[in-house]
Design a protein around this ligand. Sequence first.
Ligand code: DLL
Length: 439
Amino acid sequence: MNGGIYWEQEVETINKDKLRLLQLERLKNTLINVYENVEFYKKKFDEGGINPYKFNNIDEIQKLPFTTKEDLRDNYPFGLFAKPLDSIVRIHSSSGTTGNPTVVGYTQKDISIWANLIARDLYSAGVRSNDVIQNSYGYGLFTGGLGIHYGAEKLGATVIPVSGGVTERQIKIMVDFKSTVLCCTPSYALYIAEVGKDLNVDFEKLALRVGLFGAEPWTEEMRREIESRLFIDAIDIYGLSEIIGPGVSCECIYKSGLHVAEDHFYVEIIDPITKKQLPTGSQGELVFTSLTKEAFPLIRYRTRDLSSLNADVCKCGRTHVRMRKPMGRTDDMLIIRGVNVFPSQIEEVLMQVKEVEPHYLIVVDRVNYLDTIELWVEVSEDVFAEKINDLEMFEKTIESKLYAVTGINIDVKLKEPKTIKRSEGKAKRVVDKRKGETI
Ligand code: DLL
């Protein structure tokens, strides 16, 4: 099965026609599964005049109804499960910000497909069975910890199930156990780098050589920061609990888009307003249909994540479509005095300013009926000591760079080193006081 550059060469390099046939077969089974076992879909299909037994053309997927996060919440906790609880072997859940949490379930077969997908991702990122994987994603209801764990074992690598947090211990383990691979959120990777530096760890001399980072948006600039601080290759891995968890897509060593596991998930990009499918290459909202999931199959799930697709064959030879690094979620978009801005646009600008640290917080408020936006960012220690008098001018310089990219006036507040809260999991980059959020 392995030994070369692919974990499963045949399916990773499958030609498009064969892939479409495979997807159609699997989609047909999925449609019948949801029609027969999930009341919600039976009702939707009947209302829409969809006969799952006669579905014969993959392009007709566009006629199928969407599934949204609200549908999941309305059917909390097990209403969308297509299998009875006695064949479900695992449950995960993600809390989100409002309403009921999202609950997802897996059969034994689902778990084994998921583990294989993660093994495939790790392999494509250059990880092998002789690697030592420090898994610093949180273990528990979050899919990151256990998802990566089972895949790493499937690959035959050595897994250290350290979970997130207790950062000094992370560093000690990394040094003593000679971890070669780090898996965690990109913001936590930066925090690990910072704590390591304070402890005088020379990352260049460590065995660590690659990281698989995901679960939150991160820019190319952030990648460069992580790579240069930890002396590793930083690979992007994407996924969401609703679809499976991590492993929906992942970069290969060429880091030029994330290969979607198209043999298990059918991907579309839609315009979030008109809900129409967009041609390959356009930016829009990612929509996934699971093709092999037994316990929790979803049809046309609207992720709210924004990206675009590239159908060209990658340099690595894999044929599965690649998605661009997600730039954020539709619901992350801030509307400031009528202008739309994404936190990732702000991050991109910020990471190019070498005197500041990659730790920031965006604070949005409304004062006298007018939106205000502040960007809190830490200056690096030497700059803080040296240029304490020039800080105001420095703030103005960053403000004009931000204006050039976003078109809005962002009030930059330089903060003393190590004063902005660090994250051990998903970073919270925005505090929107207009919504009653507090710092
Ligand atoms: O975050 C699964 C995961 C774990 C992915 C570990 C990668 C690594 P949820 O908690 O359900 O699942 O959150 C899913 O996180 O819809 C995106 O908005 C965001 N997200 C996940 N990966 C990326 C990424 C896990 N690589 C939500 N880039 C998704 C940008 C990401 N956003």
